[in-house]
Design a protein around this ligand. Structure first.
Ligand code: FAD
Length: 473
């Protein structure tokens, strides 16, 4: 009787406790992935992440093929397909990694019951976090609401050592009809008409091997300078590991272990690990506070009068706000599926404060356009930026986009790269074209309102409007 390994957001061979356990059982394996576009989803797959998934699944299948097996990709209702496959193949056991949200856990419980009734044993492990979210508790037995205290407490726990990829695997024979469908199911993930993914292909190569390479390159080239480099939007000062972590091509325990080995006590690795701490905290918060993606965690914001402006929202989404650093960030996102963390904070503050548009609009747009979208990270960070979270930047702290650009893109390289129509401007005019002299604009070939938009909001007026709305709560 075979053992099924159900891959979810853990698309890798190494440090995969579920695969490891199934392989150790000696049973022939069935490696499964399900694309479920049928069940009303907690977080439907966005277009960008579907593109990523296509590459990540192909890479995982390639790895499994080297061992003489393959990846079976089924499309349809998860709750039907898993018990059905277990029955068809008379599977003795199924192995997976826990999910975090209470609705996902409830679904897993229903599937578990169906499987157990059929005599198929279910084995679940923690594979997408450093430690079990129940293991980190306050002295009173509750959960932490502040990342710093959480991270301190987590570091007293024993983080399990990452597991090596299994050396030897044997596979169960899968009916040919199911296998030919599998490739077709995956093809549906990629954009065809139009094929908008060129910028993604130029920027990314999904998969486990590439993820490990990113980690090693970052340790070699950038971690020492991370405390400075991580805020420079034009530099490659961060690891760009996020899509690999989000899809599970790289596990957080692998990153943790690599950093410990590298010397976690020096400043660069320590600060970098604390960012991994934010990732862990987002997952921990999603586990303990399932309303995180759906409601303001700070209840006073339920009375907030967010503006509804389809035109402003569209200008923001397309990088046509007339504020260069905001447009640069939004265009980097649109073209590559990724945007620098500092730019995420700037565009997020601009949307929720200068435009006074609900953070949920930003969360939804990011969910559709990021290749690294992570349900927990995205929601927690949007609530942080908007000031509506439990631990968040105060609402009245409003980023001035021009000051941010001057500080974190001092030479203007980032703006020039992503907003090329402004590339011949220099100095202050590049950061604030609306305040530049006519001759300056003319010399650089910039015609405000024609070749580049005028700002959709006056920065001072937008700021005052946001402060007033906040005070009225
Ligand atoms: P590095 O600086 O190299 O950090 C390493 C890893 O630590 C990241 O890959 C990520 O897993 C984690 N990390 C870093 N910063 C944060 C953070 N602030 N919160 C949580 N984890 C962090 N990150 C996502 O992975 N998915 C998202 O959907 C997402 N949405 C965001 C939305 C907004 C509005 C903001 C402000 C931030 C968001 N982030 C999100 C967090 C952060 O911007 C990205 O993780 C980071 O930019 C990824 O680049 P990197 O891998 O080079 O980061």
């Amino acid at each position: 009787r075979p053992a099924i390994v159900w891959f979810r957001d853990d698309l890798r061979m190494a440090d995969h406790p579920a695969l490891h356990e199934a392989a150790a059982s000696g049973r022939p394996l069935i490696c499964l992935y399900i694309i479920d576009d049928v069940t009303p989803a907690l977080h439907p797959l966005g277009a960008a992440v579907r593109w990523w998934l296509h590459g990540a699944l192909a890479e995982l299948r390639g790895q499994l093929e080297k061992h003489g097996g393959t990846l079976l990709t089924l499309s349809g209702s998860t709750e039907k397909l898993v018990p059905q496959l277990a029955k068809q193949t008379d599977a003795a056991s199924i192995h997976w990694h826990h999910r975090l949200h209470e609705r996902e856990r409830a679904q897993d419980d229903r599937i578990r019951q169906a499987l157990e009734q059929q005599g198929c044993e279910v084995k679940a492990h923690w594979g997408t976090v450093l430690v079990d979210p129940e293991a980190v508790q306050t002295k009173q037995g509750g959960f932490y609401k502040v990342c710093g205290s959480f991270w301190k407490a987590l570091q007293t726990q024993a983080v399990p050592e990452p597991l090596d990829a299994p050396h030897k695997l044997s596979f169960h024979a899968i009916p040919k009809s199911l296998l030919s469908d599998a490739r077709l199911n995956e093809e549906g993930l990629c954009p065809h008409a139009p094929d908008w993914a060129e910028g993604f292909r130029k920027t990314w190569e999904p998969g486990e091997a590439e993820g490990q390479e990113h980690l090693q390159d970052f340790l070699k080239d950038a971690v020492a300078d991370y405390p400075r480099g991580r805020d420079r939007v034009a530099e490659e000062g961060t690891s760009r590991l996020s899509p690999y972590l989000a899809s599970g091509a790289v596990s957080p325990r692998q990153v943790w272990a690599a950093l410990q080995k590298h010397g976690a006590h020096t400043e660069g690795p320590r600060i970098f690990l604390s960012e991994l701490g934010w990732r862990e905290f987002a997952r921990y918060t999603l586990y303990h506070l399932p309303k995180l993606p759906f409601e303001n965690l700070s209840p006073k914001f339920s009375k907030m009068h967010w503006r509804k402006s389809a035109a402003d929202l569209k200008a923001w989404q397309r990088g046509q706000t007339g504020v260069p650093i905001v447009d640069a960030g939004m265009r980097q996102l649109w073209q590559t599926g990724w945007v620098h963390n500092r730019a995420r904070m700037i565009v997020g503050s601009f949307l929720t404060k200068h435009l006074l548009i609900d953070w949920k609009e930003g969360e939804a747009w990011f969910r559709d356009t990021l290749v690294d979208v992570d349900f927990a990270n995205n929601a927690m960070n949007w609530q942080w930026v908007a000031g509506t979270g439990i631990e968040a930047t105060p609402f009245f702290r409003i980023f001035n986009p021009t000051r941010q650009a001057e500080k974190f893109d001092p030479d203007g390289d980032y703006i020039r790269q992503w907003v090329p129509e402004l590339r011949r401007l220099s100095g202050k005019a590049l950061f604030e074209p609306w305040a530049a002299k006519d001759e300056e604009l003319e010399k650089a070939g910039v015609r405000l309102g024609k070749s580049y938009p005028r700002p959709i909001v006056d920065l001072k007026e937008g700021r005052d409007r946001a402060l007033q709305a906040f005070r009225s709560l």
